[in-house]
Design a protein around this ligand. Sequence first.
Ligand SMILES: Nc1ncnc2c1ncn2[C@@H]1O[C@H](COP(=O)(O)OP(=O)(O)OP(=O)(O)O)[C@@H](O)[C@H]1O
Length: 267
Amino acid sequence: MTATAGYLSIRDVNKVYGGQHGETTTALKSISLEVKQGEFLAILGPSGCGKSTLLQIVAGLIDGTAGEVVLNGSPVTAPPPEMVYLFQQYSKSLLPWRTVEQNVALVFESKGMKKRDIAARCGEYLGMVGLASFRKHYPWQLSGGMQQRVAIARALAAQPRVLLLDEPFSAVDALTRIELQSLVLDLWARQGLTILLITHDVDEAVFMADRIAVLSSRPSTVEMVVDTELPRPRDAMGTRELPRFLQLRHELVTHLLQRQNAGRVDA
Ligand SMILES: Nc1ncnc2c1ncn2[C@@H]1O[C@H](COP(=O)(O)OP(=O)(O)OP(=O)(O)O)[C@@H](O)[C@H]1O
């Protein structure tokens, strides 16, 4: 789909955490980003730079100390219904005493939908992530990758316009990670979603995103924003062999390594 400008604005967001003994930690200095509707933006940055903090502020889960987030013209002051936040620890977000289907059903139960309709809707969303035949299983009977697919199905069942992904594939093995990246890209294109993805993984950011925002180490600022300019649909193998992919990955890894080494010298 064509991206529409000015959909999600992150304006001069600052976050200072206060400690128990009066000490403060400035996580975010002054972050500004414009996200277009239908865009896939990856946020890359060193460990502890404030990526999760930023995503939680965007989601309306925590307040920034200064600045604002505006979604479709309205300031975000609480979690907007059209946004869903997918956590990296799927094992903590799924309820172990509920089957796969019952976990997805939570979304529809909270809307007061009839039982018969719920089963059909759950089947639809579990089908999208290839888990229709596992609907009666419990989360603990599934692999990590399958559990994260249940969490993705539940996130989509809420019919978000914006999906916030906080390192969603970091707890699965390398091959499953590649499969899940392609699954999410496919769902993103089919559902016309806007996605913000936080990742440490340069390869993942380049493979998935339209643009990549690189954050500095704490207190973080946006160091640069790059357009990936890679054709879609992306292919798990073919895209990674394109000269543009290799060039971008090289540039980003070089930049991040230089920053990491500079940080060690300064320390
Ligand atoms: N609730 C909190 N209270 C105080 N300090 C916090 C709190 N949450 C995060 N911080 C601090 O803010 C900084 C940024 O943390 P955050 O988790 O946002 O970084 P991150 O880039 O997502 O980290 P990682 O890459 O390791 O997941 C860290 O120094 C962290 O210790």
